[in-house]
Each structure stands twice: as C-alpha cells, then as structure tokens.
Write a protein that binds this ligand. Structure first.
Ligand SMILES: *Cc1c(COP(=O)(O)O)cnc(C)c1O
Length: 407
C-alpha cells in the first residue's frame, strides 16, 4: 500500500494571497478570483515545512505526486482522490531533438494528460470544502480529468467545450460521468456560460485559475523535475502555454524549493510556447505589455493551447521575463512536422502541444537562443494517442500472391 495515500501528514497552508495586490485571504474557505478579479496563490509556512521534512525523507517516499503532501493544500488524507498520479519520466529524444533534450512525458498520467495534476488537487479541495456540483469550460483534457476525479468522489460535473473539441475528449468526459455540452464558440465563450451559472448559485466555477488549487497540483511538475535532476534545474524549459497554469505553478515551485534551501537561486529560462494561430502571450511579450489582449479568430491543431485570453496573463509574462526566457510562436505545419519526426525517429508519440515545444526548441536553436549543449526540458502534456494520426492505408489480401519484396 502506498503510504503517501494513507499516512496522515502535517499540513502548512497559512493563507491565500491575491497574485496582483498581495491581499490576504483565509485558507480552508471556498474561493474563486480575488476582489480585483485575479488568481489567488496558496501560501505555506515554509520554515515549518523545512523543519518537518528533509530532502532525504522525501526521497525515501514513493515517487508519486502525493509524496509532496507538505507542500500541497489538502488537509485531510481522507479527502485525497487518487487514480494513481505517478511521477512522469524524462525521455531523451536524441534524434529528433538533440543530445541534451529531455521530454517530460505527462501523457502517462491518469486520463492521459497533465490536467490530472491540477484537477486531482482542485477536486480534493472541493471535496474537502463541501462542493457538490462543479462546472468548467474546457478544450478537452481538463474536462476529462475533472469528470474522472469528481465522479470518483461523487461530485456532479457539467462541462462545456468548443464544438470542434477533439471528439475523443468529448466522449471521454461523458464516459467518465460528466454532463458534457458542445458550444458554438471558443473556450472563453464557454467560460461565460459557466460564470453565469455560478453567479446564479447553480455550481462552483472551476475555470482555469478561477479556483486556487489547480496551480498547486501543476506545481508538482516543478518539484518533480528538481528531484529527478538531483536538486538542480535544466537550463531551459519549453512549455506549451494556454492558460499557463503549469508555467506559473512551476515558477512558484522553484521559489518554494529555494526558500526551503533544497535548490539554489539559478532558474531555467522559461519559454512559453504558443501556436502562431493563437498567440496572445507572444504578442504581449514582444510588445513589452504586462497584460495580453484577447486573440481574435484563434485557430490551431493544438487544441490544448487554443486559449485566446488568459486570466493569469501577467503571471505568465512575469515568470518568462524574470527567467530570461521568451514567448515563442510556432505554426501548425512546424508542429505537425515535429510530432512526425519525434515519432518516426525517436519512437515517442507526442501530442500536438508537445510537438509545439519541440518545434519551438528547434527554432530557438536556429536563432541562437539556446545552445545545443544546454540541458533542455520539453513538456509533452498529453498522450499522442488521443489525437488524430496520419492514415495507414496498407492492406494485404492473404488469399492472393504476396510480393514479399514489397512489404
Ligand atoms: C491544457 C493543455 C495545455 C496548456 O496548459 P496550461 O498549463 O493551461 O497552459 C497544453 N497541452 C495540453 C495537451 C493541454 O491539455
């Protein structure tokens, strides 16, 4: 039996804080955005965490997401809802990427995407705080993770997707007990419906960054990466950025690890990767803006990063700038080529969003933005098996003459 899921462990959340104004909010209460409409961040008594847990103790635990309990918000072990949130591997891709390129393959998590990290935490907190009905706008993977975890602990879910969301996502949401609706609009149009219903008291709003605990779940990517690399970080991280939860979460994780004295002050350059058909963060980065305007007519094969407007835009831009990284846009043809090359040459099937990070890395290499002897981590955020693949049309008549030379 995994002790991380059974042993009661001390918790250290002190309060929540508005990411814009620093205003304090009470822990152990239901919250959405802060009074000024911005995300809330969870704060811990890190001195007390450090006194209670050492790196060595942590290393002796099973390597799943729940080994980080002291840095997570869930108070009671009984509220943990788990489907097996494993530590995801770092896979070298020497032929399609380069000698020092690692892919953190998040496709191995429950429901086949890293949305499981955020949603397992947010659902556990919803359970802890007595929520019984949740609604969410989604491009697919978040809805699937929500449906799976919420169903498991008896919370009702209503999920709204843009009508061209990949069919498999819509179906997996329904199969896992969510009530799913296709909507003739984009994810922020779906978000408006969720917001309206929440305003009428029909459900709790689980939109990206509109509840505070998804960031804490996604933060574990940064914690894990540091532990996997022997308590240091890579030179650069390429992250496919939609709402940016993961990038913001990792940046927060690095800060917490440094304050614990578990890593030093060096940081990776953070590259926020977007599709050039929906690149509000890239546009704002290049214009030197603090916030990103809505991207009109958003389109890309990488549905997970088709997010025209992000409520945490300034947090993404701040992390990218502080790290000395950049926001980079890549076109759909480059994304599909990267997916194809990684599968064909390294045997690793990426999702299109993962392909975007590989394409952006190659571009950055060409532009002299990164060096080929720098250690780089690319995020593959979902299993490639969820996405359409090129046709494989070969067919053989076993009754006819077989031309073995042609096989
Ligand atoms: C949601 C999603 C992203 C974007 O993640 P954020 O942290 O919300 O920016 C990237 N790739 C895939 C496959 C996703 O499902």
């Amino acid at each position: 039996m995994n002790e991380n899921l059974t042993a009661d462990r001390p918790t250290f959340v002190t309060h929540l804080e508005c990411s814009m104004t620093g205003e304090r909010y009470e822990a152990d209460r239901l919250h959405n955005l802060s009074r000024v409409g911005r995300p809330l961040l969870v704060r811990y008594d890190l001195d007390a965490v450090g006194a209670s847990l050492s790196r060595d103790q942590l290393a002796a635990r099973e390597t799943d997401l729940w080994r980080w309990r002291e840095l997570l918000p869930v108070r009671h072990t009984r509220d943990i809802v788990s489907l097996g949130e494993i530590e995801t591997p770092l896979i070298p891709v020497p032929k399609s990427g380069g000698a020092k390129v690692l892919v953190k393959d998040e496709g191995r998590l429950p429901t086949g995407s890293f949305k499981a990290r955020g949603l397992v935490m947010a659902v556990a907190m919803a359970k802890e705080l007595g929520v019984t009905r949740i609604a969410m706008p989604t491009n697919g993977n978040a809805g699937a993770a929500l449906a799976a975890y919420a169903t498991r602990c008896g919370i009702e879910t209503i999920v709204f997707c843009p009508e061209d969301t990949p069919e498999i996502n819509v179906r997996e949401i329904q199969a896992q007990g969510g009530r799913v609706w296709r909507v003739n609009g984009l994810i922020d149009d779906c978000g408006a419906i969720v917001g309206k219903g929440a305003g009428e008291g029909r459900w709790f709003d689980f939109s990206t960054l509109k509840e505070p605990y998804r960031i804490e779940g996604k933060k574990t990517m940064g914690l894990e990466l540091a532990a996997q690399l022997g308590w240091r970080l890579p030179s650069a991280i390429f992250y496919p950025t939609g709402g940016g939860t993961g990038l913001i979460g990792m940046w927060k994780a690095f800060d917490e690890l440094e304050r614990l004295g578990w890593i030093g002050s060096e940081r990776p350059r953070m590259y926020a990767v977007q599709a050039s058909g929906c690149a509000p963060i890239v546009r704002a980065f290049e214009a030197g803006e603090e916030h990103a305007e809505r991207w009109e007519d958003a389109h890309t094969v990488a549905a997970g990063i088709r997010v025209p407007r992000a409520v945490g835009d300034f947090l993404i831009l701040r992390a990218v700038r502080e790290s000395g990284g950049k926001a980079l846009g890549v076109g759909d043809p480059a994304i599909l080529k990267a997916v194809d090359e990684c599968a064909r040459r390294d045997g690793l099937l990426l999702c299109p969003e993962g392909g975007a990070t590989l394409a952006a890395y190659k571009q950055a290499l060409k532009d002299g933005e990164v060096d080929e002897d720098e250690e780089v981590v690319l995020f593959n955020c979902a299993t490639g098996l969820k996405y359409p693949m090129p046709e494989a049309p070969n067919w053989l008549d076993r009754h006819g003459a077989i031309d073995f030379d042609q096989l």
